[in-house]
Each structure stands twice: as C-alpha cells, then as structure tokens.
Design a binder for this molecule. Structure first.
Ligand SMILES: Cc1cc2nc3c(=O)[nH]c(=O)nc-3n(C[C@H](O)[C@H](O)[C@H](O)COP(=O)(O)O)c2cc1C
Length: 180
C-alpha cells in the first residue's frame, strides 16, 4: 500500500481480535518505528514491545484503577474493559525528558499506525496509559519495563487484527490557514 493510501485509510481501531500478529508483521512494525526520525538523530526513544498478556492486562488495570468517572463512562460507552481494547501487541514509547521527546514519540506512533495500516492491521494510539507509568503513582509499572529513573512514558500504540473499525474521521478544512 502506498503511503498516501495508508494515511487516508487509517482510523483508530477499538475492537481487536485476540489472534496475535505474525512475527514478520512485528518485524515490519519494529523497523518502521526505528526508521522514524528523532531530533538531532539522538534515537533516544525506547520502543517497548509488549505481547505478554498479563503485563498488558496489568497496565490497563492500573489505568482503570486511577481513571476518573467521566473517562470510565466513555470506556463503558465503548464497551471497553481494557484501555488497549484487547489488542495483542502494544508498543510503549518512553524516553528521557527532553524538549523533543513527546514529538519523537508522536512521530514513531504515527509510523507504527501507518505501517500497521499498510499490513492490513488495526492500530490505536493510546495516551491513556500514562498513569500506569507516572512518577506520582507509587504503584507505577516503570520497573516492569526496566525503565530508567529519568525515563518517562510518552505514548503507546495498540496493534492487532481489527474485528471492526470505524471510518476515517472527516477532514476539517478549517484547520488550514492559507497564505498564497
Ligand atoms: C496523542 C493521542 C492520544 C490518544 N489517546 C487515545 C486513548 O488513550 N484512547 C483512545 O481510544 N484513543 C486515543 N487516541 C485516538 C484518538 O481518539 C483518535 O485519533 C481521534 O479520535 C481521531 O480518530 P482517528 O484516529 O480514527 O482518525 C489518541 C490519539 C492521539 C493522537
């Protein structure tokens, strides 16, 4: 699939099949993440690839435990009891805190989503996993990912085969300012 088609067709998947993705697919995703640009080419982002069901469950449970009522309700409306929507593979992007760390993570996240789309896989960027790794949370799971003291959670991405997927969002031309 060409890049423009992948960009156009991608949408967030919130309904994954339990079937694990193939190793060849995982390799493609890892390479896509690693091929992403990082500021000053520091390549200081850690790409934690998690397929351990218990670990995925524990991260999700920790987030549910700390979730506010409004978000809990939104998850209920989505029929979701897992913040990763039961995706069998998740990528947790973490980094030392720099001016560019969030941007680096955002770019890697989109690379993962577009690569997933081109492989026929569903994906969803998950910011909601943050509380599970927050310094302020005494039960944080940083150790479980061997995260260094100065490393912090930036973003995560859920990937798997889609059971169902919504249509891509409407494009809003109001976001564009034109100076010709
Ligand atoms: C930084 C970021 C964080 C996000 N976090 C979540 C999340 O925690 N849970 C979720 O279901 N979707 C999350 N999303 C997905 C957005 O809700 C989604 O991209 C948006 O609704 C547009 O829909 P689309 O991805 O289908 O175009 C996140 C997206 C971004 C860019």
């Amino acid at each position: 699939m060409d890049v423009l088609s992948a960009i156009k067709k991608r949408s967030s998947c919130r309904d994954f099949k339990k079937t694990q993705i193939k190793n060849e697919e995982l390799d493609c995703l890892v390479n896509a993440a690693l091929a992403s640009p990082t500021a000053i080419n520091l390549q200081d982002l850690k790409i934690n690839v998690i397929q351990d069901k218990n670990l995925i469950h524990n991260i999700s449970q920790e987030c549910f435990r700390l979730m506010n009522e409004k978000t809990k309700q939104r998850m209920q409306e989505r029929n979701a009891d897992n913040i990763f929507y039961n995706a069998p593979t998740i990528f947790v992007l973490s980094s030392p805190k720099t001016v560019y760390s969030e941007m680096n993570a955002g770019i890697v996240a989109q690379s993962l989503c577009l690569a997933s789309e081109s492989l026929g896989l569903g994906s969803c960027i998950i910011g909601m996993a943050a509380p599970a790794f927050a310094e302020t949370n005494p039960n944080n799971l940083k150790n479980r990912l061997d995260m260094a003291d100065d490393e912090y959670f930036c973003l995560s991405v859920a990937v798997g085969y889609a059971n169902s997927k919504k249509s891509p969002h409407e494009l809003n031309r109001k976001q564009i300012r034109e100076f010709y």
